[in-house]
Design a protein around this ligand. Structure first.
Ligand code: ADP
Ligand code: MG
Length: 396
């Protein structure tokens, strides 16, 4: 993959940077500025190299229309604070305001274009439409740096098409993500343990399928575990269950056996009488979930079992919370896994938006993990072994 150094001398050059600034907002207040912070190193590196930086990014789903509630203004303001220098936000994406802003930009300065999804060509399925927008974006700059890891799995104008027009390279965030995730998909150090959870099996079919042939141990919790337990012949009460995935799960169990992959299922489950923070709850054996009860977390014995399977692993990938960690009563399994990963000296990677959110929400130090991915969908697709369009265009 081409890196910033491959772009040569950037002194006095204008560089278009695709960042991921898709922050959660409460009105105009950013409630988690993680993505803005993650975009800083690449921008700083380019400024230090003597370039002028033009940032392009999206926020939410404005559906191809300039809707003020999706303005990047809060992100531009936060970026300016973090950089300690002004960030001029253009009033549009590729219109007169953007052109004037870019023309006035000097080396060492930063400008931001308005929400790239204000333009419906950004996400168009028609190649010519995306190419047209990409041409307009490219006309602003001498080079392109792709640093929005959260969007590299998208074939979009500001991610994919523009990289075919300008000299293009991966920013440090994308480079870092790809290097870390690749260590888990290509020749991982063994034993290699994969912990999967989250709500649905159907969301993670590709990941399970790919990792089934690569991992040594597959630990399964979260909402998806009940489809596995049911496939084993157990009753799961009113737990989350995907009947239509039972056959697939049975096949997985067989493939695992054939490949010598150890599948670790919970031995106990924390069940609740309703889906609520204040639900009545108790721990039961995994094969004894009664009617009227729903499993909202793996139980404490399972937490300890999972931790022991993580402890001596040399590579650990975790995607998907073990339970409904948003409710305190059901955060135990997720805590057990997070703590075991922190305690292990293996290479530990967290992928998945909610898993990363769980790490922060439960108060763990992110530095305790080798890598926490910033891209939910993109990291899942890499773990699935897919070719990501936004990365493929950056190849040498
Ligand atoms: P990620 O974003 O990390 O890939 P997912 O989006 O697949 O994770 O799943 C996260 C959600 O799964 C969380 O909101 C959590 O509450 C939910 N979840 C976990 N365990 C259960 C369960 N037993 N029943 C219902 N939902 C669950
Ligand atoms: Mg999620």
């Amino acid at each position: 993959m081409k890196t910033i150094d491959s772009l040569g001398d950037l002194t006095g050059k204008k560089v278009l940077v695709r960042s991921d600034l898709n922050v959660p907002l409460d009105g105009t207040t950013i409630t988690d500025d993680g993505r803005v912070r993650a975009s800083v190193p690449t921008i700083k590196k380019l400024l230090d190299a003597g370039a002028a930086v033009i940032v392009t990014a999206h926020l939410g789903r404005p559906g191809g229309e300039a809707k003020p509630e999706f303005s990047l203004a809060p992100a531009a303001a936060r970026l300016a604070e973090l950089l300690g220098q002004p960030v001029t936000l253009a009033g549009d994406l590729v219109g007169d305001s953007a052109r004037a802003t870019v023309d006035a930009l000097e080396a060492g300065q930063v400008a931001m274009l308005e929400n790239v999804r204000y333009d419906k060509r950004e996400t168009s399925k028609v190649d010519e439409e995306r190419a047209e927008l990409a041409q307009q974006l490219a006309s602003f700059a001498d080079a392109f740096v792709s640093d929005g890891f959260g969007v590299v799995h998208r074939k979009q104008a500001s991610v994919y098409d523009v990289a075919q027009i300008l000299p293009a390279a991966a920013g440090t965030l994308v480079q870092n993500e790809v290097e870390s995730l690749s260590r888990t998909t290509t020749n991982p150090e063994r034993p290699y343990a994969v912990v999967l959870g989250g709500s649905k099996v159907s969301d993670k079919l590709g990941v399970i399928g790919n990792l089934l042939t690569k991992a040594d141990r597959l630990l399964i919790g979260g909402g998806m575990v009940f489809t596995f337990l049911k496939a084993q012949g157990y009753d799961v009460g009113s737990s989350l269950l995907e009947e239509d995935q039972l056959d697939t799960v049975r096949e997985y169990l067989e493939t695992a056996k054939a490949n010598g992959v150890e599948i670790v299922l919970p031995t106990d489950i924390e069940v609740a009488d309703k889906f609520a923070a204040d639900a009545e709850h108790k721990t039961v054996p995994a094969n004894a979930i009664e009617d009227g009860w729903m499993g909202l977390d793996i139980g404490p014995d399972s937490g300890a079992l999972f931790a022991s399977k993580i402890a001596d692993a040399k590579t650990i990938v975790w995607n998907g919370p073990m339970g409904v960690f948003e409710f305190e009563a059901f955060e135990g399994g997720t805590r057990a896994v997070a703590q075991a990963m922190i305690d292990s000296d293996g290479f530990s990677v967290v992928g998945g938006g909610d898993s990363a959110a769980a790490v922060r929400r439960l108060g763990y130090d992110e530095a305790g993990f080798s890598h926490i991915s910033t891209g939910g969908g993109a990291s899942l697709e890499l773990l699935e072994g897919k070719v990501l369009p936004g990365l493929a265009v950056l190849e040498d």
